[in-house]
Design a protein around this ligand. Structure first.
Ligand code: IPM
Ligand code: MN
Length: 372
């Protein structure tokens, strides 16, 4: 029996081809694993009305971790229009399967490192080494949404939040609401993980990126919790910044930052910006991590325009594979893989179109594998 069971989830579009790239390096590393294919993605939405079938959740509950390619997400109406005729008009609602997977399995933090590898022509600066801790199971992505906003709900909410009265002249049908849910549990565990990471990896600061001057309750709770947790880590400074200003500072002085921690939507935005500073989504790895299970996925989407062409940059997927090895405790293999990726980038011979090259997705994976 293999040492590890890994759920194998290519998903949609270029997910398939970057996962092939991952397999090339995993096989070269001779990871003692069994890869169990799992259904997730657009095809299952279209034909079954469920992009994240229960059988996939069941499988994920049995494996050591999951590796995931990419997912197609579309807004509500477009998604409904693509259902097979038998499923049209049956009241099904599309919600991103990856967001639901994070919530269902309580993969409560999304770890997104962004490092400038020497020699990458796409680096914005050479001295960037950022890590985003994005809250992954609540916040504005909780799925608590209303449209239309019914009268009884409005009246009840107005009792507690008088500001809602400012919209009294707007019909319920003409109003939509998405609720930002933050819990003490959620704030505590994400911020704690960020501090632990900073301590383990020698970062002197943790920057909490929120907006407490306006989002008084939700960001306010994050700030209170962060200040409490900081006391347990006296050697690490807590910096507090606002998300808007942080966007600016990231372009001005990205080298000043290391570990950053923030809510779900802010983290989604902050991690894309951070990725762009080190070469774009072709270099952005991530892990959705919980207490017992983790699902690793590159930050990029399914890029339907490029699907099947084998031209996209697999470094994001390969760096994601490195994160998975770390999480499994396969430290030597993780280090070897990162060194090989860095070596290929530095040498600059085998590179995809985004880096100014002509190599294919699998050429890059093979070049990395050769160095292992
Ligand atoms: C990401 C993606 C997802 C997200 C989408 C595909 C739902 O943008 O992983 O950053 O918003 O979390
Ligand atoms: Mn995103």
């Amino acid at each position: 029996m293999a040492k590890y069971k890994i759920a194998w989830m290519p998903g949609d579009g270029i997910g398939q081809e970057v996962m092939e790239a991952a397999r090339i390096v995993l096989d070269k590393l001779q990871l003692d694993a069994e890869y169990l294919p799992a259904d997730i993605g657009w095809e299952f939405w279209r034909t079954e009305g469920e992009a994240l079938p229960q059988r996939t959740i069941d499988l994920l509950n049995e494996v050591d971790c999951g590796l995931f390619g990419a997912i197609t997400s579309k807004p509500k109406q477009e998604a409904e229009n693509e259902l097979i005729p038998e499923l049209q008009g049956t009241g099904l609602t599309y919600r991103s399967p990856i967001v639901r997977l994070r919530q269902k399995l309580q993969l409560y933090y999304n770890l997104r490192p962004c490092k400038a590898y020497p020699g990458n022509p796409l680096n914005y600066r050479e001295d960037i080494d950022l890590v985003v801790f994005r809250e992954n199971a609540e916040g504005l992505y909780s799925g608590v949404e209303f449209h239309p906003v019914e009268d009884d709900l409005r009246e009840m909410m107005k009792k507690y939040a008088p500001a809602l009265g400012n919209f009294d002249d707007v019909a319920g049908d003409d109003m939509a609401m998405t609720v930002r849910v933050v819990t003490m549990r959620g704030a505590d565990r994400i911020i704690r993980r960020a501090f632990e990471y900073a301590q383990k990896h020698g970062y002197p600061t943790v920057t909490l990126v929120e907006k407490p001057n306006v989002l008084r309750e939700t960001s306010g709770m994050m700030v209170r919790v962060a200040r409490e947790i900081q006391k347990e880590f006296p050697s690490i400074e807590l910096w507090e910044t606002n998300i808007d200003a942080q966007m600016m500072w990231m372009l001005k002085n990205p080298e000043n930052y290391g570990v950053m921690v923030t809510g779900n939507l802010f983290g989604d935005i902050l991690s894309d910006l951070s990725a762009q500073l080190v070469g774009g989504l072709g270099f952005a790895s991530s892990g959705n991590i919980g207490d017992e299970l983790a699902v690793f996925e590159p930050t990029h989407g399914s890029a339907p325009k490029y699907a099947g062409k084998y031209i996209v940059n697999p470094h994001a997927m390969l760096l994601t594979t490195k994160m998975m090895l770390d999480w499994l405790g396969e430290t030597e293999k993780a280090i070897a893989l990162e060194n090989s990726i860095a070596g290929v980038i530095k040498e600059g011979k085998v590179k995809t179109y985004d880096m100014g090259g002509k190599s294919s997705t699998l050429d890059v994976a093979n070049a990395v594998a050769e160095r292992l």
